[in-house]
Design a protein around this ligand. Structure first.
Ligand code: DGJ
Length: 706
């Protein structure tokens, strides 16, 4: 910061530049490419517009409402109907490590707002958050506080976001920039099946591989609001924050509200560049004990094999079969606790079912450990069935509004995690399990939206619910730092950078159909790194869709994430068991590369999809074909990220298809399968990698090494 009027933060390829605006909040000058030179004062070059106030209000880092700001506001608040106007009369800039905190004070509305901006040069991710404090002597009602308000480039062309539902997460949606406003609002009380609260804004001509892309995601597991708006002046603004229910946040004198963090990034390397920055930022935020991610162990999960139908002897036999296949972690899913014979009862009673497990879970856990596998257990702590001992003892602990019957979902209600007594009770129950049993892993589920999230005081409790859950997980992690946690919410209903700081894996979707999973996982990878992406080989036909795919294709589709198996190996033919073992071997051999580098997603001619993991000098490439080809011969696949690599040896590790046909035996592919074939990086980037003919629902797995 050389010019005292200019606040400049620099990453490796990205810069953020603000200009002080008297006593009011600084105004935006730039977010995008790294810029070394500093701008001339904004006022010198800012043209006037007609029918405007005599005070100028350029896009501010915290735009406010009521005193000339007619565009989107970062803050909406009032004091019993008054003080609905905010304007800051002091603005102090406090330098922080790689960032600034801007302290803004409004002495008329009697509030202070701290806006923090921190840039991480390693990831080129800017983290923003805001804190509002009521400095008055009467309550202040907060309607909205953006965690971050960001400017978008004038040539912004399209909004890339996701929608979704249970069993169909991450449905990619591309919309042109709106004439005035684009908004995504989530009021489910939970992140939702569309994936993280985030968005990508592509500038004109940007692709997966090149061109400027802006992206931001909110690190929050509850309600959210994302807005792209254009002011009448023509400035684009992107805002993200927690969506607040009516009356939800009322600040008593001296009280504060802090927003979640926003992770914002810009890249000139297209969507893949922005995605790689997100992955780096999520990785930097944790959650590994001792700071180091261990190799991601192969899972088996009991759910689709057994559902609620547990029998201790059979479950042990499943563990035997899993260990024989090479599985490294055994997760006992729903159905193990007292009275849980279906989804109508028992949530809340976290002790082993005495009928299914007469000697408790100790013998099973010991058996699993004896086989050399980790033992993992499913829980759904935030939920309760009305048919449970917990609910009979504490009906008042469920979220509800007096005089209204709370709607059940999957026959269950939600516990009020805003209450300390509830959190203490759940901590004690989970702590007991983790202390009594050698549990290395918890699958933490959450199978419904909140409706209504009425706290004990009759007021909206969405915000408190998220904080309560975070506090419970944090407390458990402090007590049991080596236990890994999987975030699941009916599949991918709680995938976000907030819960990602405290959990180690996401269950991406309950839909394990490999064709559906291809798109779901590509959407997931837009925000989150692959090593957290639970990806299982399911049974056939797939339970969620009724479709069938070959074992090899199911394995190839699961390969790039955190690999697991969700079937009973006893149901497999000898050939399928051998194929599964073979692909598990590929996974174990490749997981270091799959999970520690960057990810590129791309597409080729005639419907080919590809993704590459690692670094250009050493990467794994998976090429997938979903629909049968429409062209007679496969066209070469261009891999733009390899342009600067001198030479790479390409090895064809496997072709995953229902039936392997002769084209794979062509001399080039035979050589690729044997010792590998050398290609120049510029050839692979500009002409392309020859691809064997692939049927619909098949994949080819390559390794590329210098
Ligand atoms: C929903 C999850 O997504 C499934 O994997 C399974 O754990 C069930 N809940 C159990 O009830």
């Amino acid at each position: 910061m050389t010019d005292p009027q200019i606040i400049a933060l620099h990453g490796t390829a990205m810069s953020v530049v603000l200009e002080r605006a008297g006593n009011d909040a600084p105004v935006w000058r730039h977010w995008g490419a790294r810029i070394a030179s500093m701008p001339l004062p904004l006022a010198d070059g800012r043209s006037r517009t007609t029918f405007a106030l005599d005070i100028d209000q350029p896009p501010a880092v915290v735009p406010t409402f009521g005193n000339g700001g007619f565009g989107p506001s970062a803050l909406l608040a009032h004091r019993d109907g008054c003080d609905f106007v905010q304007q800051f009369d002091t603005s102090d800039i406090e330098p922080t490590v790689n960032g600034v905190t801007i302290h803004l004070h409004d002495s008329v509305a009697r509030l202070t707002l701290e806006q923090s901006l921190t840039i991480d040069p390693a990831s080129d991710v800017l983290t923003l958050s805001a804190r509002l404090t009521n400095t008055g002597d009467t309550p202040l009602d907060l309607l909205w506080l953006a965690a971050g308000t960001l400017p978008l480039a004038p040539d912004s062309a399209a909004i890339h976001s996701f929608t979704g539902r249970h069993n169909a997460e991450f449905v990619a949606t591309i919309e042109p920039m709106p004439k005035q406003r684009w908004r995504r609002e989530n009021r489910r009380g939970l992140t939702g099946h569309a994936g993280p609260p985030g968005v990508f804004v592509a500038t004109d001509g940007a692709t997966m591989h090149q061109g400027a892309v802006f992206a931001a995601q909110l690190a929050w597991s509850g309600n959210h609001l994302i807005e792209v708006a254009r002011s009448d002046d023509g400035d684009w603004t992107l805002m993200l924050g927690e969506w607040l229910a009516p009356g939800e946040i009322r600040l008593a004198p001296g009280e504060s509200y802090r927003t979640p963090d926003v992770l914002a990034t810009w890249s000139v390397a297209g969507h893949n560049g922005a995605t790689q920055n997100f992955h780096a930022a999520v990785r930097a935020r944790g959650p590994w004990a001792k700071g180091q991610m261990p190799p991601r162990k192969v899972h088996i999960n009991s759910w689709e094999g057994f559902y609620f139908d547990h029998d201790a002897a059979q479950v042990m036999a499943l563990a035997d079969r899993a260990a024989a296949l090479g599985v490294e972690r055994f997760v006992l899913d729903d159905g193990w606790f007292k009275g849980r014979c279906d989804d109508r009862r028992a949530l809340g009673d976290w002790t082993p079912d005495p009928v299914k497990y007469p000697d408790g879970l100790g013998p099973l856990a010991a058996h699993v450990s004896g086989l050399g596998m980790d033992f993992g257990l499913w829980v759904e702590p935030e939920m309760v069935n009305s048919d449970s001992d917990l609910y009979r003892a504490h009906p008042e602990w469920a979220l509800a509004i007096d005089g209204r019957t709370p709607p059940t979902a999957r026959h269950q209600l939600v516990l009020d995690l805003g209450r300390e007594a509830v959190r203490d009770h759940l901590f004690a129950a989970l702590d007991r399990l983790l202390t009594d049993l050698p549990i290395a892993y918890l699958k933490w589920d959450h199978n419904r939206d909140l409706a209504p999230a009425g706290g004990g005081d009759g007021r909206a409790g969405y915000h408190a619910q998220v904080l309560g859950t975070y506090a419970l997980i944090d407390r458990l992690r402090t007590a049991h730092p080596d236990v890994e946690i999987e975030a699941c919410a009916g599949g991918g209903g709680r995938i976000d950078a907030g819960i990602a700081t405290r959990t180690h894996r996401f269950w991406t979707s309950d839909n394990i159909d490999a064709v559906s999973r291809t798109d779901i996982q590509r959407g997931y990878l837009a925000f989150m790194p692959p090593e957290r992406m639970g990806s299982h080989v399911g049974t056939t036909p797939a339970h969620a869709t009724g479709r069938s795919q070959s074992m090899a294709f199911r394995c190839a589709t699961a390969l790039t994430g955190h690999f697991g198996v969700e079937l009973d190996p006893a149901t497999l033919s000898t050939t399928d068991a051998a194929t599964l073992t073979e692909w598990m071997g590929h996974y174990k051999a490749l997981r270091e590369t799959l999970h520690n580098g960057r990810v590129w997603r791309g597409s080729g001619c005639d419907g080919l999809l590809w993704q590459a993991h690692g670094e250009p000098s050493d990467m794994v490439l998976l090429v997938t074909r979903l629909a049968p080809p429409t062209l007679g011969r496969p066209q070469p696949l261009r891999l733009p990220m390899l342009a600067d690599v001198a030479s790479l040896r390409v090895t064809l590790l496997a072709v995953a298809a229902a039936t392997i046909r002769t084209p794979h035996q062509m001399p080039l592919f035979a050589a690729m399968r044997d010792e590998g074939v050398d290609f120049g990086g510029d050839w692979l980037a500009n002409v392309g990698l020859p691809i064997p003919a692939l049927q619909g629902e098949s994949a080819a797995l390559f390794q590329l090494r210098r």
